[in-house]
Design a binder for this molecule. Sequence first.
Ligand code: AMP
Ligand code: TRP
Length: 339
Amino acid sequence: MAGVSELNRRAFSGIQPTADSLHLGNYLGALKQWVELQSSFQCVYSVVDLHALTVGPDPAALRQRVRATAAQFLAAGVDPERSILFIQSQVPEHAMLTWLLNCITGFGEAGRMTQFKDKSARLGEKGVTVGLFDYPVLMAADILLYDAHVVPVGEDQRQHLELSRDLAERLNARYGEGTAVVPEAYIVKSTAKIYDLQDPTAKMSKTGHPSGIIELLDEPKVIAKRIKAAVTDSGMEITWDPENKPGIANLLSIYSALTGKSPQQLVQEYEGKMYGHLKVDLADVAVEALRPFREKTALFLADPSQLDAILDQGAARASEIARQVYGRVAQRFGVSVPR
Ligand code: AMP
Ligand code: TRP
């Protein structure tokens, strides 16, 4: 873990406001690390609403989800005194830097992104927009705009992070050292990929079947029910065997991340017990872990003027950095910098 001296180094990350509630994969894969990194980095966290436009959301729903997502960041422990919390569309330099990066990104390079390939296969040719294709370049702009050194994300973002690094290196090679900071992915192995409760070979995702995901704002009885109904594997013994027992391994990973006990320690505690015992206990653990989260989110949403003040202040602080970094890069490209 980084020392105090790294407080002058930056972390950046974002989550899309595409659902009313974040899910356990978002929390354990990303948000939990966001909160922890605050003591060692200057952190910049964003509700990336421009990214969310790539799925064509209803404007009113988008507006509502932006606020709900910001409230959940705060409820999870993002501290607006220490960190910068803002809405991406409030800082126009994100779109501006994207254009510059578009002009140094290969068409084939962008076309190789597996998330784009998956999503476009699902949508069919008519549904695929240029925005969806450009999504990873916008993500690179987000990161490079803050000279971020580390980017806490889940495993599914690794390839996008690689593209961000390639673009940063290209900027430095073409326009001189110091044009961009080359970012590093910060991916915690044990929670890098939380799996669907009904299909433990697929990642937990908001596009999956509802019974396979735990939404952080779900009612306690829904959380308990979904965990108790999780698909487990053949056999009876509780062992740590991600390959052959992906269902049990997923439950153990979640249990471990929520309690701080290692999977091996849990296996010992459950020696001789049945899958059902593990599920009943994990249901309690998850309900209790998420109860304060739900309550705090409701409090932040109940006070719109406080939430607006936090987001406005975050946008002002983000803009200061973004303007400066964009200016540096634009100048090197030979285009003018807005006054
Ligand atoms: P998104 O909702 O796609 O904006 O994702 C927000 C963050 O959650 C990203 O850092 C993802 O990598 C992370 N994430 C999403 N799903 C999972 C999952 N099933 N396991 C671990 N991390 C995830
Ligand atoms: N693409 C990320 C996701 O779907 C969200 C995101 C957008 C992001 N911009 C970012 C993550 C910058 C990290 C850094 O999860």
